[in-house]
Design a protein. Structure first.
Length: 345
């Protein structure tokens, strides 16, 4: 999802992973709140409503990129475009979108969005013109039309679809690992690699579906030249990583680097989680608090600022043991490329 907020003028207390994630979810909720009450598959959907849905959709973005002439769209035309790509697009859904689709099929097309984090995949499916969200923020639900439910049910039993989903799951994990290691990654590399892996499959030669997969599955911004840059959801200032040449890692090297990083960070994480247990504010768990602090350390945030962030998370003053653990974490966590100034506090 496109990074919505501009954080440059904020203090680091307002730029943690938890805050940035909440900002994204609020923006997602706002997008969904202003949509028509029908989706393009509802018989009641008017062409005016269809045009409103089209404006938010991936189709509109792709048509503009391809310099298509502006035209008005009908619900029937948009239904036809969705159905034409449905099986291929279902194979290339983001992991969370696919989970939501499966839940919709199992629940007869209506999925309660009880977890706020479900809003982002729901928005992704709405942008694909696959359904709609209705209800209040506290009691919203995603509705998948019966035409798509029936088609999805058949797909879920297809072995080729299962193989494609396994490929996408592994590919998504490799991107997440890369973003955790580096903070950001130009999308051109993943797009090229996935296109190579899709050769010989029904999804070959559909770059627009690869692009949708990346836009729906990861946070992103556009760099100064208009290129797509995938970013870690906790990266507060993406502009600092723009224009950097990123070395591409083969899967074996990526797995090795991720394992080594886990061996380094796990003891630091567990120590501070133990110290913060039962003393964080009600709205944040000790695990989320430490994750926020680790992501700040990766951005080379000063120990002073990290101490301020820690203090804001607690119901008491930080103890000497907490401050010592925070200093150790601040010094030892590897920095994201080109953010570190090799500063020692």
């Amino acid at each position: 999802m496109l990074r919505q907020s501009n954080t440059r003028a904020l203090h680091w207390v307002d730029k943690t992973l938890s805050v940035l994630r909440a900002d994204q979810l609020e923006a997602c909720e706002k997008d969904l709140a202003g949509l028509p009450s029908h989706c393009v598959f509802d018989p009641e959907c008017s062409d005016q409503e269809a045009e409103t849905l089209y404006a938010l959709s991936y189709y509109a973005e792709e048509d503009r990129r391809n310099a298509g002439s502006p035209v008005l769209h009908t619900a029937e035309e948009l239904r036809s475009r969705v159905l034409h790509l449905f099986s291929k697009e279902a194979a290339l859904l983001s992991v969370d979108e696919h989970v939501l689709m499966v839940r919709a099929v199992l629940l007869g097309g209506v999925v309660p969005l009880s977890d706020w984090n479900d809003l982002i995949p729901a928005r992704g499916l709405v942008r694909r013109l696959w359904g709609r969200v209705e209800g209040t923020a506290e009691k919203s639900k995603f509705l998948l039309p019966h035409q798509l439910c029936a088609a999805a049910l058949l797909l879920l039993t297809d072995e080729k679809h299962k193989e494609m989903r396994e490929l996408i799951s592994l590919f998504s994990q490799s991107i997440e690992d890369t973003l955790y290691l580096m903070g950001a990654s130009p999308a051109a590399g993943p797009m090229r690699h996935l296109a190579q892996q899709l050769k010989g499959t029904p999804c070959e030669d559909h770059p627009e579906l690869i692009n949708r997969f990346l836009l729906s599955g990861f946070d992103y911004v556009y760099d100064r030249s208009g290129g797509l840059l995938l970013i870690h959801p906790g990266l507060a200032e993406p502009e600092k990583l723009m224009g950097i040449t990123h070395a591409e890692m083969d899967p074996q090297s990526l797995n090795s680097a991720s394992a080594s990083l886990g061996d380094l960070e796990s003891p630091l994480y567990e120590r501070l989680v133990c110290l913060l247990d039962d003393v964080t504010r009600p709205e944040i768990s000790s695990e989320d608090a430490v994750e926020d602090l680790i992501i700040l350390a990766k951005q080379d945030v000063s120990l002073k600022d990290m101490t301020e962030v820690l203090s804001s998370m607690l119901i008491c003053r930080p103890t000497p043991e907490m401050l010592t653990a925070l200093m150790d974490l601040s010094v030892r966590i590897p920095r994201w490329i080109n953010l570190s100034t090799s500063r020692v506090q």
